[in-house]
Design a protein around this ligand. Structure first.
Ligand code: DIG
Ligand code: MN
Ligand code: MN
Length: 391
């Protein structure tokens, strides 16, 4: 019995652009043929995925006449129905066409911004028609190479105006849709506005409808910025804003590699899955596990499906390891020792009485500092569970 064979209950999703990646990069042409959306849906269904995600133009070519658009969508929906696959998330491609070379919502030319609004209205309609619950904004072109081109404060105002506009549109249309903002520090722009998930969490609080907007953090993007992805996701979860998540792998100090999930920093991938699955006792993330990643350029089509299988299997293996780790008596014992519940009530919710009791406590910093925390033993246990030498 293969315990790591995924099924729809795992909620694994892939963007059409991920397994559909043809291996083109800035220094080389495509190495694989383009798969059709129907082929992708059928193959992912066979592998045990729950659904797919798409940008408007992953399915409908930009500028396609309405009749052609409707035919393509009808054909796609038929394959979704035939396979039981869902469209979990959708987005608008506001980064590929040259018109967006100075940005989409933040471009200086209002006609370009108007085109981005027009395109996004249609993409939101498509998302709802396909049953997506989440619409992602990834502002790949919302940035600058020279900040002489516009005041970054103006760019933020334009971004806020756009997100507020589309929240109002969804409300007026009574669309059952939430929006998720995806941060990235740079690439393709020299610097991208709202560079990290932390920036996005603040920005959301400045919006007209913050309750409709969350974040879609991506492993590679926070790692590119040299940040802890686990901390970014934890902050989003604690704020009730983890509306979606992009899973992949990344080596720090490199371009956005979008590698197979778990193929680089296994310890951080373990800690991320432990956080998402809630095996240590905290809230469990209930949304789709989206692999925004692609196969190595070295791979043929068989290699692409190995890539997809590997993303899902590694996630399931890490989830099983995290469950074992957090169920281990020695691990639980070590974590319990850290929590002295007696003083907790004093350490929040100011009252004059609490302040008085805190002042009266006899606390010897030298004595406190002498205590060892046993984190070496705890982390060694993590490593041994991760390596499978403890179960
Ligand atoms: C890049 O990481 C971005 C785009 O691929 C897409 O808009 C978004 C959705 O996952 N991720
Ligand atoms: Mn990426
Ligand atoms: Mn992404």
């Amino acid at each position: 019995m293969d315990h790591y064979q995924p099924d729809k209950t795992d909620l694994f999703t892939f963007g059409l652009w991920t397994v559909g990646n043809v291996g083109r990069d800035p220094f080389g042409e495509a190495v694989r043929r383009r798969l059709t959306p129907s082929e992708i849906v059928q193959k992912l269904a066979q592998l045990g995925a729950y659904g797919v995600n798409l940008h408007d133009n992953d399915l409908v070519p930009i500028g396609a006449p309405l009749k052609e658009r409707d035919r393509i969508v009808a054909e796609f929906r038929a394959v979704l129905d035939e396979t039981g696959m869902k469209v979990a998330m959708a987005s608008s491609n506001l980064f590929f066409h040259p018109v967006f070379k100075d940005g989409a919502f933040t471009a200086n030319d209002p006609k370009v911004r108007a085109f981005a609004f027009q395109k996004t209205l249609a993409a939101i309609d498509l998302a709802v028609e396909l049953g997506a619950a989440t619409f992602v904004f990834w502002g790949g072109r919302e940035g600058a190479e020279t900040d002489a081109c516009r005041d970054p404060r103006e760019a933020l105002k334009r971004l806020r105006a756009a997100v507020d506009f589309f929240c109002e549109y969804a409300l007026e249309q009574r669309y059952p849709l939430r929006f998720a903002l995806e941060a990235k520090p740079n690439e393709p722009r020299g610097d991208i506005y709202l560079a990290t998930t932390g920036h996005m969490l603040h920005f959301i609080e400045t919006l007209a409808h913050p309750e409709m907007v969350g974040v879609n953090p991506e492993v590679a993007h926070e790692t590119m910025a040299g940040l802890s992805f686990v901390h970014a996701v934890a902050q989003a979860m604690e704020a009730g804003k983890l509306f979606h998540v992009d899973l992949n792998a990344q080596r720090i100090g490199r371009f956005d590699q979008d590698l197979r999930f778990g193929s680089e920093d296994l310890k951080q991938a373990f800690l991320l899955v432990r956080l998402l699955e809630g095996t240590a006792g905290g809230e469990r993330y209930s949304g789709p596990r989206h692999f925004d990643a692609h196969a190595y350029r070295t791979e043929d089509e068989a290699g692409v499906w190995e890539f997809a299988r590997g993303c899902m299997r590694t996630y399931k293996m890490l989830a099983e390891r995290a469950r074992a780790f957090d169920a281990d008596p020695e691990v639980r014992g070590l974590l319990a020792e850290q929590l002295d519940p007696a003083l907790e009530p004093l350490l929040s919710g100011y009252t004059r009485e609490k302040a008085g009791r805190l002042r009266a406590l006899a606390l010897d910093p030298d004595e406190l500092s002498a205590r060892g925390l046993c984190y070496e033993r705890l982390d060694q246990l993590l490593v041994e569970f991760l390596l499978g030498v403890r179960s």
